[in-house]
Structure formats: C-alpha cells, structure tokens
Design a protein around this ligand. Sequence first.
Ligand SMILES: NC(=O)c1ccc[n+]([C@@H]2O[C@H](COP(=O)([O-])OP(=O)(O)OC[C@H]3O[C@@H](n4cnc5c(N)ncnc54)[C@H](O)[C@@H]3O)[C@@H](O)[C@H]2O)c1
Length: 340
Amino acid sequence: MDKILVTGGLGFIGSHTVVELQNEGYEVVIIDDLSNSSEKVLDGIVAITGKKPVFEKLDLKEKDKVEAFFAKHSDVKGVIHFAASKAVGESVNEPLKYYENNIGTLVYILKELRKLPSAGFIFSSSCTVYGQADELPITENAPVKQAESPYGNTKQIGEEIIKDTCKVSPNLKAIALRYFNPVGAHESVEIGELPIGVPQNLVPFITQTAIGLRDELSVFGEDYPTPDGTCIRDYIHVVDLAKAHVIALKRLLEGKNKSSYETFNLGTGTGSSVLEVIKSFEKVSGKKLNYKVVGRREGDIISAYADTDKANNELGWKTGLSLDDAMRSAWKWECKVRGK
Ligand SMILES: NC(=O)c1ccc[n+]([C@@H]2O[C@H](COP(=O)([O-])OP(=O)(O)OC[C@H]3O[C@@H](n4cnc5c(N)ncnc54)[C@H](O)[C@@H]3O)[C@@H](O)[C@H]2O)c1
C-alpha cells in the first residue's frame, strides 16, 4: 500500500486521520515536533488500529532535516500537511512565528515534493478564509476576504502558494480542505483533542467547565441577528473530517481530480448556535453547564456554515455523525483525560 506522510500527525485532526489511513491499509509515516502534542498519542493510535505508524520527531522549520527526510522516504506518494500553529490570538501578537511555521514549512515540503515522480498533497485550510461571507451557506466560490489575523492569512497565502506551485509542477496535485469547526473525539476515546492552556474553542471550553477545570463559560453576545441571538458555526465531528482526508487523498492518487489544484469545504451544512451546542452538551452528559451571557467579543463572525454540495457530489463524502455524537464523545474524552 502507498506510503503517506502525515505532518502534525500526533495533533487533534492528524491523529484521527492517521487512524482512518491505517484502517484503509495505508503505510503511514508521521512527522511531528510535539510542540502541541505528545508522543503518548501514538499509544492511542495503536490501541485503535493495532498498528504503530513510523514516527519521526522533527521540526519542519529545519529545512535540512526536511530534505534529509525526503531523501530517506523518496517512496512517499502523498502528504497530508496538518502541522501548523493555530492559535488565532497568539498569531496577532507573534505574526512572524506564524508566518515561519505555517508558510516556511509549507514551502520546504513543496520543494521536496517537486523532486518526486508524482505526489498528492492535502492542505489543512480553514473556513476563516471566507471571513463573514455575504451569503449562507458558504460555497467554495465565495470570495476570500481580507484575513482577520496572521493565522488566517497563513491559510490564504498557503492556498495561493500551493496553487502557484501546482501550475508549474506536472508531478504535483493538491487539494485544500477548508474545515469548518472540528469537534469531538474518536468513539474509543483513545485519542481526542488536548488543548494546551486555556482552550480557544467552544467545545473544549464547555467540557473543561463541566468537569470543574474552569468556573464558568462566557457566551459572547446574545444580540446577534440569529434565531437565539448567539453566534452560529458549523460543528463537524473530527472522525467525519478525518475520513474526508482519506477520500481526498485517494482522489489524487487515483487521478480522479478535475484539476491539479482543488478546494473543498468540509462541514455538516448545518449551523448551530452557541446555545444549541450547550443544550446538546447538557442533553448527552446529563450535566447542567455553568454559563453566563456577556458582551460581544471583538472580531467574532456572526454566522458561518458550509454549503456541502461540492464535497458531497464531487468528492463523494458525507458526514455520518451528529452534533450530539460529537458532544458525547468530547465529554467521554474529557472524563477519561481527567480520570473521572
Ligand atoms: N482545529 C481547528 O479548529 C482547525 C480549523 C481549521 C483548520 N485547522 C488546521 O488544521 C491543522 C491541524 O489542526 P489541529 O487542530 O489538529 O492542530 P494541533 O495543534 O492539534 O495539531 C498540529 C500538530 O502539528 C505539530 N506541529 C506544529 N508545528 C510543527 C512543526 N514545525 N514541525 C512538526 N510538527 C509541527 C504540533 O505538535 C501538533 O501535533 C492545522 O493546520 C490547523 O491550522 C484546524
């Protein structure tokens, strides 16, 4: 079976994708520098799949090491590139860290892929490229808006770099997957999301509050022009998201892509408000969440959810898991991590 490199393969989405790749029989090599993950994640992957992927602890910012890796693994057929720094707020204060880690590493990898006889490349992009879209649901044709943060900018620039590189590299085919809001954990709870410090995202903040790690959850604003006044997002189960990567990769390896560079939205197509997510959590956990509505937070987009037609019809991928499934697994994972 083809050898696939997964960068950032010990992180949240990467680890779930490694599981799906191994379940499909791919030979997986992981690169991760453990800057936002732990080597223990490998044990979880083994517990689920019974197979240990090759792991190289390597910082992709070290160009020489990236070159040496590809010299050793010149039989790599595909790369799924998750490795990046992802804290939006931090990126505002440390833009160069983000440009170096998210752009520099991408360039080094693409340079090596250009040397291979053929390669498929999957890029972790984000719905942040759309900003507050003028029309909902958001299609892939919606205009890319001025990025709100250096992090968001790295996704926009990253997509441009890949597109330009594909134009001049007949051996290279790429897909940028624009994720909406990944949540949940593998049903086995052998792997899940492990945010370091204060969680940036709603769902880990909810589960950490419910387990007693945080006093209360702040809901930022209830006067938005949405049915219940709170912001709306498209929460996608991480296992569904992981499966989409395997399908996208196969599309490239089997030459089914329509052009050398394609983009797909990965979301459920349904928007859920902050209060709906809280209700889902309370229903599946049987716990009352301590939350308080406070003022709006600067920079928050009101509403974003995906038009999934292209992913459903063109990629042949559909979500199978619900928001309740995601909240149930996220809660089970939080309980396991905290030993409760
Ligand atoms: N989680 C989200 O909400 C979300 C949404 C949209 C897009 N994305 C993108 O998806 C990708 C994966 O996100 P995630 O949530 O799994 O993040 P994560 O932080 O859990 O995983 C990223 C992994 O990459 C590793 N890494 C970072 N820099 C590295 C480097 N220089 N060399 C080697 N390894 C490095 C980290 O140690 C970590 O294990 C990222 O590119 C992120 O920007 C995430």
